[in-house]
Ligand binder design. Structure first.
Ligand code: ZN
Length: 117
């Protein structure tokens, strides 16, 4: 019975552009997915560590003249589940945790106090 729940043929999936899905619900790709299914699996962990090894300083802090250790790889353009954007290293940016949280909060509609000021 494993195949009974297939809802989309590969050809149908191609017809349906990612963009139209995003317009309906920007967060739809996230719902009900595990971390690994979203693309944050072991491959990502390894790629992330390699990137941070080469880019150890937070780019946001560096722009302000502050040197802070980067611990997070941020996607400059939010990938929203788009694998091409997700793995495009030119779209990656090294960030420290506070800078990343601030950016994410702003992108997601200002959760918490990050929007104040
Ligand atoms: Zn920072």
């Amino acid at each position: 019975m494993a195949k009974s729940r297939v809802t989309m043929q590969p050809t149908r999936a191609r017809e349906m552009s990612t963009q139209s899905v995003q317009m309906l619900n920007p967060d739809a790709w996230r719902e009900g997915l595990t971390t690994a299914q979203r693309g944050y699996g072991g491959k990502w962990q390894r790629a992330r560590l390699g990137f941070l090894f080469k880019n150890p300083i937070c780019e946001t802090c560096k722009a302000k003249g502050v040197v802070t250790e980067a611990t997070v790889v941020d996607h400059v353009i939010p990938h929203r589940g788009d694998q091409k954007l997700f793995w495009d290293t030119s779209n990656w940016s090294a960030k420290c945790k506070p800078c990343h949280s601030e950016k994410t909060a702003l992108e997601e509609g200002g959760i918490g106090a990050a929007r104040k000021g």
